[in-house]
Ligand binder design. Structure first.
Ligand SMILES: N[C@@H](CCC(=O)N[C@@H](CS)C(=O)NCC(=O)O)C(=O)O
Length: 284
């Protein structure tokens, strides 16, 4: 596998890079960003995975997430993948230039699942990409200590981070999320995505639903969630009280911080990004 370097920029004495490669999971080219903090030659560093939300590429958090200062201080590698396969000829795409194209399905909305329903099953394999392919690429090409990994995400990416952590308890030391979708079974974004990618049998959605995974016995060492109270998606889509109830019922450790006045945007995420990274540092 050849990694193409799109760009590298010195930042906070480290290097912010953007890379692309031909993916064996999605059968498309995939682009991701990696921040490497300053470090001693030969040193291996913990890895923070950041999964983005609807409409995003790697670039949203890379440009607006304000993670580099804290990552440089803490010595964390920060990896930001894309949110879906992309390409003009992609079967199952929303049409990129169509003003009526959905923002919550198809391009930029892979939901971190392995699609099983045609035509999406050809390319929409974001679960395999994040769980299997990209870790191997990070391990082979960057000074990563793969025995020290944590994961975080925003909204759809918060859903991705939580479900991937719950399904891979030995891989991640901690998981955190900004304004996550906590139950795709119980919100319009989730119902649309999972019926489109997986089909109508809701029992097969449970491995992609944080609350259902916890109810079914999945565990992860520690969960932190931060949620803005002025988030326009709070009541209809995000429903953090469902996660609170699921964790309480199952005896799972959850720190849920509600923040007055904050919305769903990167102004909110960037405000609490350093707090999240310092929280992960306790486990890494
Ligand atoms: N109003 C947004 C809804 C999607 C949205 O808020 N996306 C969030 C993640 S769920 C995001 O991070 N957007 C990109 C950004 O703020 O840079 C749109 O239509 O694009």
């Amino acid at each position: 596998m050849t990694l193409e370097t799109i760009s590298t920029n010195k930042s906070h004495e480290g290097v912010q890079g953007v890379y692309s490669h031909a993916s064996t999971s999605t059968h498309t080219n995939m682009t991701f960003s990696v921040f490497i903090p300053p470090h001693k030659e030969g040193e291996k560093l913990p890895v923070i995975w950041y999964l983005s939300g609807l409409t995003c590429t790697h670039a949203n958090v890379t440009d607006k997430g304000e993670f580099r200062k804290a990552c440089a201080e803490l010595g964390f590698i920060f990896v930001a993948p894309d949110t879906s396969p992309r390409g003009p000829d992609l079967e199952g795409n929303s049409v990129p230039d169509d003003p009526n194209a959905a923002y919550d399905f198809g391009l930029g909305a892979g939901f971190y699942v392995n699609a099983t329903k045609a035509p999406f099953d050809k390319h929409y394999k974001m679960r395999d990409y994040i769980e299997k392919e990209l870790p191997e690429i990070i391990s082979a090409n960057f000074p990563a200590d793969m025995s020290r990994q944590s994961i975080m995400g925003h909204s759809m990416g918060g859903h991705g981070a939580l479900t991937i952590a719950l399904r891979n308890p030995d891989r991640f030391k901690s998981v955190s999320a900004f304004a996550p979708i906590v139950s795709p079974l119980n919100c319009p974004w989730g119902e649309k995505a999972l019926s489109g990618y997986i089909g109508d049998d809701k029992s097969s959605w449970r491995e992609y639903d944080t609350c259902a995974l916890i109810a079914d016995g999945a565990r992860t060492p520690s969960i932190r969630v931060d949620q803005g109270e002025a988030d326009a998606f709070l009541t209809e889509q995000l429903k953090p009280s469902m996660l609170e109830a699921a964790c309480k019922q199952a005896g799972v450790s959850l720190t849920l911080n509600m923040h007055e006045g904050y919305d769903h945007s990167y102004y909110f995420i960037s405000t609490f990004m350093a707090d999240h990274l310092n929280w992960h540092a306790k486990y890494l």
